[in-house]
Ligand binder design. Sequence first.
Ligand code: CA
Length: 345
Amino acid sequence: MAKAANSRIMCDLDWNKPGRQVSVLRVPQSRDDAGWGTVEIPIMVTAGSEARGKGPTVLFTGGVHGDEYEGQIAISRLARSLDPRRLKGRVIMIPAVDLPAALAGRRLCPLDNRDLNRCFPGDPRGTFCQMLAHYIDSVILPMVDVSVDVHSAGHSADSALSTNMHHRADATTMKRTLALAAAFGAPYNVVFWGVDEGATLTSSVERRQILSIGTELGGYGRVSVDGVRVAERGLANVLKHLGMIAGKPETAQADGAAGTRHMMVRDNVAYTFCPAEGLFEPRHTAGTSVKKGATAGLVHFVEDPSREPIELKYRQSGVLWMAMGPGRCRKGDTLAVVMRDYEGG
Ligand code: CA
């Protein structure tokens, strides 16, 4: 049984075996009624035979946040359908990484009330999410060449259908990452500057020099019809782009565009923050073109209906990437994120 020297998580996969394997990451979880209980997180590995030639190892993750469903569906479907006889290289698929959160339809893990995506690089003696983050970082990531972490915006927001990536100082890495995102073929790709706090899966992936993209493919705690379609096509496109399955990436967009529109979120002015606790009335849906100075929404005070609502404005022109719709909002919350066209650099 394969087990990292200092991890409590067990997994009986033979990582180097050709063919299709279905297993679980077995995470200890002591309960009142099961002192030696474990939580089983499904993991699938499909690998081509050596005869097909060597290829890269790709990691597809969904459900890092349990209330983001498109990746859970698309990766599960790919895991059932991917044919090892037609595959070059290896694909590791974890459709619902934070399984307890996925089963509860929540962002945070109900076992320790943590956001798994704020627990990296983890702790082998920590809570459920910390143990899981540590296993992924120390056992799985060292095998991985390319990582696609499929997110959407969860209950509190909706997103324009997009991939995203951090701006990387190294020009070659930057070029390869932009090409990977373009091959995925979402309507938008968003380049971020320095907003990562170092505790996400993506930050662990990047520390290990792994080629990395993420996605935002819907939200509001629902399943986006278009988001699932973009996710499924995108995962297959990545495998085509890397030469792991036959075919060319399909990147035609619903609006007639030939491919992905590259965007960026570079400055603080991309964000509109909440000035006071209240009820947020947004004015636009994700993917809408918006102008600097236009009304982003109103914060209402239903406990004092005679008080005028506070008007919030966009601080730059562009396309609404993240449209928050949490209902109740608190001072300091992000209520809108506007992306603008990528200018290189
Ligand atoms: Ca997310």
